[in-house]
Design a protein around this ligand. Structure first.
Ligand code: AMO
Length: 441
């Protein structure tokens, strides 16, 4: 029976455009009428029958069209690939191996035509450069192996929020337009704020510390901005940082929160994104805390022992971290950095900073530590690092109101996604990356 097309939304309004997604089609529906919608990936016709592969965000539907549909059949065969269609028909058991059921269409309607040539082939059969894919991101996301990254990103965000909430943290948002540099001024973007100079926040550092005074345990997941001219595969000008700050927590306490966050996220992705990991051909390894700890001094000793030229007190450069990653694979902490290598807000005890970086091989994933909670000590740290305490007066005044001892960290979400998806370029895991050259789309 031919069902007459009743306008773009059909008889029942918008809802009737699709009764089932691809993932919802199952053998339980055999014999029932359904309406599916999606984009046309492939059309094959074998004489009197056509097979149209329609994909939606959840999977693939195989449509069967028979020649006896007349003009509709001919029209369907002409549909340009990637056009968006809606089809109505009955669910049948499929003879194909890849799908259990198919839909024998009685009605087929193009809702929106794709104009060829398209910038990229989202089936991935004809590969495109990452630059071209990003400049065509909307359609790039029709490639299941690209969509998989962002489904894993979604799981990760949900998992982080659940873990931190269960641990008693509350989610906050701090300003992104700020009047004062948070961590020293070198890497800030400037903004004209109604005639005054303002900056884009590079981290929520000072705010999150201040919030421990009243809210005690806070977390924030937000974009932050760094005007660093770093053209690497792990730097962005706009990145998402997951930050925590907790009153009465010491360095080891927040390191343990970090370990739980990482392991739970990995567990959740392994459980909830099996299909996506398969599409990505990525073998994600389950982790168990505690992660190994390596002190900065031991890192220097290890590097020297393998002939790497480095002196105690020097920063661990990219090449130093790369050399270290030959010895330390996977997740590990580097702790107890020299005070001069860490920001002013990091506490110092016995000549050593109470700080850590979380590494994954050569990739720095997070950094944090115990903070200075005493105003005079904080001012002294600023002076040691060549900063002028008077330019931090707005922040320092809070330390006179009863500041609890506190610790925290900042964790690079995008870098974590590189590990979770097995991608080596950070631009792969961000929808619309911002780097030193890219400002569109
Ligand atoms: P830090 O500057 O080390 O620490 O940043 C924390 C984590 O954020 C990620 N990250 C970046 N990711 C992509 N592109 C960038 N340009 C970029 N910059 C940083 C990294 C890094 O480990 N306030 C402190 C944190 C704290 O002590 O709480 C801070 O911002 O994964």
């Amino acid at each position: 029976m031919f069902v007459e097309y009743k306008g773009p939304y059909g008889e029942g309004g918008l809802r009737s455009l699709r009764t089932h997604t691809a993932a919802q089609l199952s053998e339980n529906l055999i014999g029932q009428n359904v309406r599916v919608a999606g984009w046309v990936e492939d059309i094959r016709h074998l004489g009197s029958i056509a097979f149209i592969t329609v994909r939606d965000a959840s999977g693939v539907v195989q449509l069967i069209l028979r020649k006896d549909l007349g003009g509709l059949y001919e029209e369907a065969l002409q549909t340009p690939r990637q056009s968006v269609i809606s089809a109505y028909g009955v669910v049948r058991k499929s003879k194909a191996k890849a799908v259990k059921v198919e839909v024998e269409a009685r009605e087929f309607k193009v809702l929106s035509y794709a104009t060829h040539p398209l910038p990229i082939d989202p089936t991935g059969r004809t590969p495109s450069s990452l630059d071209l894919r990003i400049s065509s991101r909307a359609i790039d996301l029709r490639n299941p192996s690209v969509a998989a990254i962002f489904k894993i990103r979604h799981t990760t965000l949900q998992s982080m929020r659940r873990t931190l909430t269960a641990e008693g943290f509350i989610e906050v948002h701090t300003p992104k337009i700020i009047g004062q540099a948070a961590e020293g001024g070198a890497t800030l973007f400037t903004v004209d704020y109604f005639g005054r100079q303002a900056y884009l926040a590079q981290s929520p550092q000072l705010y999150k510390e201040q919030l421990t005074l009243g809210l005690e345990k806070v977390f924030e997941i937000s974009s932050f901005f760094r005007a660093e001219k770093s053209n690497t595969r792990r730097h962005l000008s706009e990145f998402v940082s997951v930050d925590i700050e907790a009153a009465y927590y010491d360095m080891e306490d927040v390191m343990a929160v970090c370990e739980r966050l990482v392991t739970t996220c990995i567990d959740d992705v392994l459980e909830q994104n099996k299909d996506e990991l398969n599409v990505l051909k990525h073998e994600l390894e389950k982790q168990r805390p505690p992660f190994p700890r390596l002190s900065y001094k031991d890192a220097i000793r290890e590097l020297q022992s393998i002939g790497f030229k480095i002196e105690d007190g020097e920063d661990l450069t990219d090449s130093a971290l790369k050399a270290l990653s030959e010895i330390h694979k996977g997740f590990y902490f580097i702790t107890d950095w020299p005070p001069l290598l860490k920001p002013f807000y990091i506490d110092v005890e016995g000549g050593c900073s109470k700080s850590f970086d979380l590494q994954f091989g050569a990739l720095e994933l997070a950094s944090g530590g115990r903070r200075v909670s005493n105003r005079r000590k904080l001012e002294a740290r600023m002076i040691d690092l060549g900063l002028d305490p008077s330019s931090f007066s707005e922040h320092l005044k809070v330390f006179d109101w009863g500041m609890p001892p506190h610790s925290g960290w900042g964790f690079g979400l995008d870098r974590f996604l590189m590990i979770l998806t097995g991608k080596e370029n950070i631009r792969e895991v961000v929808l619309y990356p911002r780097d030193t050259v890219t400002l569109t789309p």
